[in-house]
Design a protein around this ligand. Structure first.
Ligand code: BES
Ligand code: MN
Ligand code: ZN
Length: 498
């Protein structure tokens, strides 16, 4: 949970001090409990609203000094507009929006009550999640801190059914922690977060009962992972493959095939010998956002004790130019036995995933695999930063991911796969080549991955557009967005927990 805000739940009662936030509809209508505790303050709100031309439109704000007879010092009135049902994502966004209005306040009480109807326990939990996600900050490397904004705000959320909400909030708290871990990992600088350090952080999930396997270069060489190891061979840093296992399934499902998540963890991507241009290269510290998501997801699943068997695997490497680095023209042999001609050393993510995917399907026989990778610039050209690209050989899995995306706001858009695209990665000298032309760049990358899933149900999420540097939103102000943790937790919760 964010170190900058502490959220607690309590009854819907008048605050004793600090800032008070309430919600109103059009015509300044507010709910019964809030009306009761506002008492005479309602008149002041009405006259202030008139002066400020505040009508309670959706996400409009009236920020005023509270009247003397009211115990709080400041009143923030947030409009909700007309009587439309709010969706889950609206409550999360509303939490983020509310947090953005507290300014430097240290003590905040929120009357979480709708102007009309009722909000359930899940709504309050989602709202809390929005507050927490908005409050996230990554300033551990700033010596000069903005001290005023740094100290912790205590946000009390007033609700009707305190116990019910606390229960509903438990899983959201696990989720917030998972997103924060993913964001931290993406934001960390590459001199600090190199493959071994990343592996150590993933290994810390052992404290939650997650079983950890760390494969070092020797172990990977023994398994024949020439593709993954090829990427790391130009780096002074050792490569690692980490497997995290959460065995939470109960009863009859105890021994069921696990669901598997595989993340690209390129701790820094210079492009290698096919080196990238200098401008913006610093962003390539985020080329491990897929792996970060898998760690955050496993954290969330384990800490909410999800009733599922899940495997998380992350391929951790650094892609550097060096005398020992792979060259265009080199041919690598992957664990699957397939040989790969290197056309472009900057198409390294697929090389890492090739061995990771093969290893996971071979060893764990999962019900399905979902991989996440900041794989191609081309997906940014196709979809911008609004949707992740979804590629899949399984319609049911693709539909589930699409639904989970709509439910959480981490949206995916399905892209095509097919034999004509697959042909584009046939190689003159080897079984497959790691890069085709510019056309359909995200698709040919996905076709490459598909050659290493051995027919297992699989989906690939190209998150180059959403995993980092995405535009700030109500619930994310961080460069590393932690994208995918909420999506995949939801996928598991809605379809695969037994
Ligand atoms: N990590 C990059 C993709 C990327 C680009 C992620 C922008 C985030 C933002 C990946 O390794 C890469 O370099 N892909 C190449 C593939 C090409 C050489 C076939 C690309 O997209 O240009
Ligand atoms: Mn690259
Ligand atoms: Zn990359």
């Amino acid at each position: 949970m964010s170190e900058f805000v502490k959220t607690v739940f309590g009854p819907l009662a008048a605050p004793k001090s600090g800032t008070c936030i309430v919600f109103v509809g059009v015509g300044l209508k507010c709910g019964p409990a809030v009306s009761a505790f506002l008492g005479g303050a309602v008149e002041l709100i009405a006259s202030a609203a008139k002066t400020a031309q505040f009508e309670g439109k959706s996400l409009s704000v009236l920020d005023i000094l509270a009247p003397r007879e009211f115990a709080a010092e400041r009143l923030v009135v947030i409009g909700l507009g007309g009587a439309k049902e709010l969706a889950e994502t609206d409550f999360t966004a509303l939490g983020g929006f509310a947090f953005s209005k507290i300014g430097a306040a240290k003590e905040v009480s929120i009357g979480f009550e709708p102007p009309e109807g009722t909000w359930d326990a899940a709504a309050a939990a989602d709202f809390m999640m929005g507050v927490q996600l908005r409050a996230y900050r990554f300033d551990k490397y700033k010596k000069k801190k903005d001290d005023d904004k740094r100290s912790v705000a205590l946000v009390s959320i007033g609700v009707n059914d305190v116990e019910g909400v606390r229960l509903a909030a438990k899983s959201r708290e696990a989720l917030v922690a998972g997103v924060e871990i993913a964001r931290d990992l993406v934001n960390e600088p590459p001199n600090i977060l190199f493959p071994i350090e990343f592996a150590n952080r993933a290994a810390s999930l052992a404290k939650l009962g997650v079983e950890i396997d760390v494969l070092d270069e020797k172990a990977m060489a023994k398994l024949g992972m020439g593709s993954l190891l090829g990427v790391g061979q130009g780096s002074a840093r050792d490569s690692r493959l980490v497997v995290m296992r959460w065995n939470g399934a109960k009863g009859k499902a105890k021994k069921s095939a696990p669901v598997a998540f595989v993340g690209k963890g390129v701790c820094f991507d210079t492009g290698g010998i096919s080196i990238k241009p200098a401008a913006g290269m610093e962003d390539m510290k985020g080329d491990m956002a897929g792996a970060a998501c898998v760690v955050g997801l496993m954290h969330a699943l384990a800490s909410r004790k999800a009733k599922v068997n899940a495997v998380g695997a992350i391929g951790l490497v650094e892609n550097m130019p060096d005398g020992a680095a792979i060259r265009p023209g080199d041919i690598l042999t992957s664990m699957s036995g397939q040989t790969i001609e290197i056309i472009n050393t900057d198409a390294e993510g697929r090389l890492v995933l090739a061995d990771a995917l093969w290893y996971i399907q071979d060893k764990y026989k999962p019900a399905f695999m979902v991989d996440l990778a900041t794989l191609t610039g081309a997906i940014l050209v196709a979809l911008g930063q609004e949707y992740a690209g979804l590629f899949s050989n399984n319609d049911e899995l693709a539909t589930h991911l699409t639904q989970a995306g709509l439910a959480t706001g981490e949206k995916v858009w399905r892209m095509p796969l097919g034999a004509v695209y697959d042909k584009m990665i046939d190689s003159k000298f080897a079984d497959v080549k790691n890069a085709a032309g510019r056309h359909g760049g995200s698709i040919t990358a996905a076709q490459f991955l598909q050659r290493f899933v051995n027919g297992a149900p699989w989906a690939h999420l190209d998150i180059a557009g959403v995993g980092m540097g995405s535009p700030a939103s109500e619930i994310n102000q961080s460069w590393g967005s932690g994208w995918g943790v909420r999506l995949l937790d939801r996928l598991v919760a809605d379809y695969y927990e037994k």
